[in-house]
Design a protein around this ligand. Structure first.
Ligand code: 13P
Length: 281
């Protein structure tokens, strides 16, 4: 079932676990994630960055692919198809019109007032169509979609102002996590995380899940994080497995064998991730 994230994240918030947001890159990635999460019978959010959407042909192509796979593979779990870091209202509208059930509007590079204005316009369009909306306060730095930016942490006051003026369904406050691999230990502001969670009724999102030590993931969940975004981690285990396969099979040329040689690595890692997150149906 293709759904928005509202119910799955409110259940996670209540149950004190996190739902995995796993970024997809192509058909194989999507198939492996759907198959594994369906086997484990847990909800999943498929994250699609603007770059990944473009790579796969566009938002209509992605929706068609996901819907087709769900039907052909008999996927029975709740699946949310979500725009990751939509940089404009236009991007979000394009995805919603193509059948995405959820969007993140990331206007965090703007001043708060402008972030609120853009976010509110997206919320109005999305909510009329049953689509959920995530927004970002502060700015999550690091490298994503080959773009590198520096971080600014969120404050409780800004989170409350954005929430009260937009009616978003989930919030990603930047609190020290970054996209891509960490240099050294991630320094997460758990105190502010808890404070924001205590003052906001909506689920919180942690971006930059790759490389955060297990104890910090658990602490973040105990501080109210209900959705954790993972991208680089699956890319990393997949490419390691494919590299090994090509070294061992230098004459391989069938793309299905080459791409598929990373399948088990992705599936094994998903199982480890969702066990850590405590994800439930
Ligand atoms: P990582 O690539 O660090 O796992 O971050 C993913 C993410 O936050 C997507 O929005």
């Amino acid at each position: 079932m293709l759904v928005n994230f509202k119910e799955m994240l409110l259940d996670a918030k209540k149950g004190k676990y996190a739902v995995p947001h796993l970024n997809i890159n192509n058909l194989e990635w999507t198939k492996y994630i759907l198959e594994k999460c369906n086997e484990l019978q847990i909800p999943v959010i498929l994250g699609v960055s603007e770059g990944a959407a473009k790579y796969m042909g566009g938002y209509n192509a992605v929706t068609g692919m996901v819907k087709g796979l769900m039907k052909d593979l008999n996927i029975t779990i709740p699946v949310c198809l979500h725009v990751d870091h939509g940089s404009s209202k236009e991007t979000c509208i394009k995805a919603i019109d193509a059948g995405f059930t959820s969007v993140m509007i990331d206007a965090s590079r703007h001043e708060l007032e402008e972030n609120i204005k853009i976010t509110k316009e997206v919320v109005d369009y999305a909510h009329e169509r049953g689509v959920s909306v995530e927004a970002e306060v502060g700015h999550i730095g690091g490298t994503e979609d080959n773009i590198t930016s520096s971080a600014t942490n969120a404050t409780l006051e800004d989170c409350l102002t954005l929430y009260n003026n937009t009616g978003i369904d989930s919030l990603a406050p930047a609190l020290g996590s970054v996209h891509g691999f960490y240099k050294g230990e991630p320094n997460l502001d758990f105190e502010t995380m808890k404070e924001i969670n205590d003052n906001l009724p909506i689920p919180l999102v942690l971006h930059g899940g790759t490389g955060i030590p297990d104890d910090k993931i658990k602490k973040a969940i105990s501080c109210g994080i209900s959705k954790i975004n993972i991208n680089t981690d699956l890319q990393s285990v997949w490419s390691k497995a494919v590299r090994k396969f090509l070294e061992e099979n230098p004459n391989a040329y069938d793309p299905r064998k080459i791409i598929g040689s990373g399948e088990q690595a992705i599936k094994n890692r998903i199982e480890e991730i969702v066990t850590l997150f405590g994800t439930k149906r």
